[in-house]
Design a protein around this ligand. Structure first.
Ligand SMILES: Cc1ncc(COP(=O)(O)O)c(C=O)c1O
Length: 484
């Protein structure tokens, strides 16, 4: 039999998809045994999915009240033909206008966006790849502060051939990116003969749930400006701010300082802020005319369906609805965040203090058998197998310190959060009891248990297909799952 490697391209057969990571591995565990409050109460609870499901009712109500916005309804069918025929890669003018206005509202009305600079992409996934294609050649590099969104490894590099240069951060300064770390990473790359084309960062951060301070943003802009390299800011979580300081967009910063705007680009999406990842609405907003021009041509590969554009143009230009949605969504996220973090505090689990995102960055280093990434993986497997929670280990975000985990809290209802907290409490208390009651020779029993379950799991993994799922894979219907 001819191997796939000989029949297919290098891209098709390399590991660049980046899915060979515990981040995606955890999804499989959930997929095999998904939690359901009545049908499967012992199943795995999905806490590895950064989805905003807390305000769906508001969108559903709007859709019911505006049936003409959906062209496949009696009220909207008169628009069916025009909308179904529309395929211009500029996008519907009213869609670009509504998106630009929405982006301004999300940023508190402190900045405005030009609809003519709005370029479509297939979600932020497509938008991030598109901007890489516009800015860098195969072999060029982008600096990416760690810990970073695991799928950047796929989105920025797989098909483009661009490399990621990680910029390390540490817990002692709350994982904030510093100018020193940027300079060190840049200089190292230059020394190795790598052509660094820019810096990309998510603000608010995934996985930290924090926002960049004004001064940090200014440092980033001056850093890239001095070196004449690009700055891409992925602002996909812009409207998930739920407490204290407000979000500052790079769009505001460049109003305040002198810089070459041709180097500044924003990536946006409605996947998190509106909770619509299935609509695949991604945006590249560039201040560089050339990038807008070539990005638009490239967007042919990832256009947003005209039906979706039409619906969203109607919804997002309803100012009253948007105002209410943004305020209510933020209020609900705040409530959920505080419910979850308070529950963790009761068992002395701390999280990095954050005010944004759909997750917390949880510190479990005190539960590690050993302060290494092996120790982190061991604990992670126990959490998946025994506590039956799919959380994501810090190593999958390229975090440099073992013991951190990202836990999502907005993709489930209150009862499921309670069930998760109950399991965490039981796990932590059991661990403590075991530890205290242990005779000396069994002192490490709890830790040994962790190790044992790790080995068992490894064996199980070994006999399974190495195939792993993507957040964009139709997981429940995959042949792998059906075969099982
Ligand atoms: C920082 C970041 N960028 C991009 C994406 C991809 O988003 P989309 O669903 O719009 O492709 C995600 C999704 O989790 C993300 O966290």
């Amino acid at each position: 039999m001819v191997s796939g490697g000989q029949l297919l391209s290098k891209i098709a057969t390399n590991e660049g998809h980046g899915e060979n990571s515990p981040y995606f591995d955890g999804w499989k565990a959930y997929d095999r045994n998904p939690f359901h409050p009545t049908d499967n109460p012992d199943g795995v609870i999905q806490m590895g999915l950064a989805e905003n499901q807390l305000s769906f009712d508001l969108i559903r109500d709007w859709i019911k009240q505006n049936p003409e916005a959906s062209i496949c309804t009696v009220d909207g069918v008169h628009k069916f033909k025009d909308t179904a025929n529309f395929q211009d890669y500029h996008g519907l003018p009213e869609f670009r206008k509504a998106i630009a206005k929405f982006m301004g509202m999300v940023r508190g009305g402190r900045v405005t966006f030009d609809p003519d600079r709005v370029v479509m992409g297939g979600g932020a996934t497509g938008a991030n790849e598109l901007i890489m294609f516009c800015l860098a050649d195969h072999g060029d590099a982008f600096l990416v502060p760690t810990p970073y969104y695991p799928a950047f490894d796929r989105d920025l590099t797989w098909r483009t051939g661009v490399q990621i240069i990680p910029v390390d951060s540490c817990s002692s300064n709350k994982f904030q990116v510093t100018k020193n770390a940027l300079e060190a990473a840049y200089d190292r790359a230059q020394g190795a003969g790598i052509n660094v084309k820019g810096l990309i960062i998510a603000n608010p951060s995934n996985p930290l749930g924090t926002v960049l301070e004004r001064e940090t943003l200014k440092d980033l802009v001056s850093f890239i400006n001095e070196r004449n390299i690009h700055l891409v800011v992925d602002e996909i979580y812009a409207a998930t701010i739920f407490s204290s300081s407000s979000f500052i967009s790079v769009a505001e910063i460049i109003e305040e300082m002198d810089c070459n705007r041709n180097l500044i680009h924003i990536v946006y999406s409605l996947s998190k802020d509106m909770g619509l990842p299935g609509f695949r609405v991604g945006i590249v907003y560039s201040y560089n005319d050339e990038v807008v021009r070539c990005g638009r041509k490239m967007s042919s590969f990832g256009l947003v369906s005209s039906q979706t554009q039409y619906l969203l143009a109607r919804m997002l230009s309803d100012e009253e609805f948007v105002k209410n949605f943004l305020a209510e969504s933020s209020r609900r996220l705040n409530k959920r965040h505080s419910m979850f973090t308070k529950g963790l505090e009761q068992v002395r689990i701390n999280c990095l203090k954050g005010n944004a995102g759909l997750y917390v960055w949880m510190d479990l280093h005190h539960l590690l058998k050993e302060p290494t990434f092996d120790g982190e993986m061991t604990l992670w497997r126990v959490i998946i197998d025994q506590v039956r929670l799919n959380v994501s280990p810090g190593c999958s975000f390229h975090c440099k310190e073992p013991g951190w985990f990202r836990v999502c809290f907005a993709n489930m209802d209150d009862q499921t959060v309670e069930a998760a907290l109950k399991r965490i409490r039981a796990f932590v208390c059991k661990g403590k009891e075991d530890h205290q009651e242990m005779p000396t020779k069994n002192k490490q029993r709890w830790q040994r248990n962790l190790r044992l379950s790790f080995s068992a799991r490894r064996f199980e993994e070994g006999v399974k297909s190495p195939h792993v799922m993507s957040p964009h894979s139709p997981i429940p219907h995959s042949p792998l799952v059906r075969a099982k």
